[in-house]
Design a protein. Sequence first.
Length: 132
Amino acid sequence: GGMNLAGEISVDKMWVTEIKKFIDMDNLVSGKGFITLSKELLRKEMTAKEAFKMDKDELISLFVKYLSELLTRASYFYNPKVIIFVGSLNLSSKKWLKKVKKRYLETCHPLFAAKKIYLTHINNPASIGAIL
């Protein structure tokens, strides 16, 4: 998040019911998003790393909800065969990946849903295209 890695969809605005505001998808499901949500919901600034370390379920469940929504929207736009997560999100994947996969597969029409979702520890996401 925060670098338009989901393409055009990532700058789409999402109504966040919990805080009654529109936020760009990239800024919602990223480190910036955790800080924004924590300020609004907990009245305390908290990074994604802190939220995952402290098991802040109210923030993690919103991350799962909106990341799943971003994946669904992106799937309707791009119709991917595979979704690959890169970056620091992978460090906390045990706390969100299964939930995101489940919700994504429940909400995305099967014709558009990616068949596989992976994590990678490649530092440069542009390298993935060369590997595939």
